[in-house]
Ligand binder design. Sequence first.
Ligand SMILES: [Mn+2]
Length: 299
Amino acid sequence: MNDFPPFGGGDARKVNFGEARAAVLPVPYEGSVSYGGGTSQGPRAIAAASGQLEMYDEELDWCIDEAGIFTLPPVQTAGLTPEQVMAAVHEAALAPLKEGKLLCTLGGEHSISYGVFTALREAKARPFSILQIDAHADLRQSYQGNIHSHACIMARAHELGIPFVQVGIRSLSATEMQFLRGQGLESNVFWARRIAEAGSSRDWMDGVVSRLTEEVYISVDVDALDPGIMPATGTPEPGGLEWYTLLALLRRVAERRRVVALDLMEFAPVAGLHAPDFLAARLFYKMIGYALHGAKELE
Ligand SMILES: [Mn+2]
């Protein structure tokens, strides 16, 4: 039985799959967590919190559920190998992508983005690039013997030949740094430290946009945010992005590029602490809202 709470809760406009513009795909999977666990509880906690939030977005002056948000059944991952999990995510992602839905994947650990990347390649004739917003570079070739570890997702994207831009990075190994330099990818990294130094100047965001192709997949690891506002994640790092900085970036990208799919990963709810659940749910609303409201209608 699927008792997963629909994203948006009971008050959201009821839509069937056909009329929905956004399809939410919950993937409650954690198979390669390195430190704090709990990401398998992330999708349910975010979906439950989403029902407590206003649908009306004052920034966009728009009710986000007007787009029609349909929640797909969660991907079942119990007993599967990492390769089988990727195949299951691929399978679940393919139909909504082929039908032109904005696929919005709710993790779960970051490794599962791989299944969506491969599905997106199969579903779309046009190339796309990835905007990864994360504290970590995730460029290890493998981690703890697993190529489908959360620490390797961007190495897998690179193998697939998908160009990417990284924002909010502040933790990586010397080997990952060598990889970035060796591949000439360093200029595609927007370090959290530099973003902090830029203060209220948002000129750097134009550099992010200019490095993205016309069609963009946005992958957000919640640990990109500062742990002061987002402590509910397995591997927090100090010095993260601020709320309005992240929103401004997401909005600018959505205004100037076409967002074809997005995900929100690595949320691990903390019992008794519900502010991060609400933050994650609001962030997911904002990502969907920016992507679907349309650049032309924005100021
Ligand atoms: Mn991360």
